[in-house]
Design a protein around this ligand. Structure first.
Ligand SMILES: Cc1ncc(C[n+]2csc(CCOP(=O)(O)OP(=O)(O)O)c2C)c(N)n1
Length: 354
């Protein structure tokens, strides 16, 4: 929001310090940059979480150190001095201790830091970071090259297909739940404003209306709402508004036939008691068509790219209902009440083994 992208890049490169992003910060630092670690927090990457935990210095710029990022606050980054840059003095020390509060606009602060930064090679630190990245590259994503073409694609595949087919040109507006974290982990964001999502409060039903707002403000942009089947049902009447306003918003329903994030917690922490998370749902293709939208359903991975391409080329609003497996789990994960140093990968492989 401070338009500090260039200053951030300059400071990072001038100092050779690795950069992690919060969910709402994704895109502020290009994810393909050699110093990018990806997202921090409960479903952030292993390398970003371990980097925070083992760092001797953490500089938080414009972020809130909220509980989804820091885990157990008293044990956050135990060996680090913490510098916190924010425009709101109330945010200092609200969640974690702060050694150096800096009351400043992010852009001004980063420009100042870039001026005084000294480049250091930090070979040991970088070799640990590269090792963590290499060890956990496949965490949460099983390569689907050899997977049966006639089976349902996984959500990471769907997200990567979206990026591939649209060439990263679209503005992605995500709803709340597993699909949201899969988008954050697997799309790759290079510019601010490329991803909009409801962080903090995490209000399901946000995705479609927010996408309509973006499309109205930026009619020249391709705008894709990526929603879960649960969240979509909280705002699906907006299909009428879409058709009436002739707004060509593209809707991608990541349809796992359940409230996936609730189901994941029930599986991991509540003895597989799937109370009220496995819900019946309407035929979304039929529902969309009833509203006058172009719509299709994807049941096999070999149908995915074509369906996305067709939807992208269609001049009006579209709905692509992609059936993904019910039993997906978003990894990496920092379980509630633990620290980023306890980040877990796929079952049985956790960072304690790194
Ligand atoms: C309005 C609202 N109600 C409940 C929740 C709690 N919640 C967070 S994720 C989630 C499940 C989302 O399911 P779905 O939209 O199908 O997405 P998925 O997790 O399956 O990708 C729920 C119920 C919420 N964030 N917002």
């Amino acid at each position: 929001m401070a338009n500090a992208t260039i200053e951030l890049l300059r400071f990072a490169e001038a100092s050779n310090i690795p950069v992690g992003s919060t969910l709402l910060g994704l895109g502020a630092f290009p994810e393909q940059h050699a110093q990018a670690l990806g997202m921090v927090g409960m479903h952030g990457t292993v390398q970003a979480n371990l980097a925070m935990h083992h760092a001797d210095l953490v500089i938080g710029v414009g972020m809130r150190f909220d509980d989804r990022v820091v885990g157990r606050p008293q044990d956050f980054a135990p060996g680090a001095r913490i510098v916190h840059v924010d425009v709101d003095p109330q945010s200092f020390g609200r969640v974690v201790r702060v050694d150096v509060p800096v009351l400043a606009d992010a852009r001004a602060a980063l420009a100042g830091l870039a001026e005084v930064a000294r480049w250091r090679e930090r070979p040991e630190w970088w070799s640990r970071l590269h090792q963590w990245t290499a060890d956990h590259e496949a965490c949460g994503f099983v390569d689907s090259e050899s997977a049966p073409r006639d089976e349902a694609p996984t959500t990471p595949e769907v997200v990567r297909a979206l990026r591939r087919v649209l060439g990263g040109a679209a503005t992605v507006v995500s709803d709340i739940g597993q699909h949201q974290l899969f988008v954050a982990l697997h799309h790759g964001f290079d510019r601010p404003g490329q991803l909009l999502t409801s962080g903090g409060l995490g209000t399901m039903g946000y995705g479609l209306p927010a996408a309509m707002g973006v499309k109205t403000a930026l009619p020249g942009r391709a705008v894709w709402a990526v929603v879960g089947d649960g969240g979509f049902q909280m705002s699906s009447p907006e299909l009428s508004t879409l058709v009436a306003s002739k707004l060509p918003v593209k809707i991608l329903i990541v349809n796992n036939q359940c409230l996936g994030m609730v189901r994941q917690w029930q599986e991991l922490f509540y003895d597989n008691v799937y109370s009220h998370s496995l819900l019946p749902q309407p035929d979304f293709e039929a529902l969309a068509k009833a509203h006058g939208c172009w719509a299709t359903t994807v049941r096999r991975r070999d149908e995915l790219d074509n369906a996305l391409r067709e939807a992208a080329l269609h001049p009006g609003p579209t709905v692509v209902d992609v059936r993904v497996p019910i039993e997906e789990t978003v990894y990496p994960m920092v379980p509630a009440g633990t620290t980023p140093g306890d980040v877990r990968c796929l079952d049985g492989v956790d960072s304690a083994l790194c």
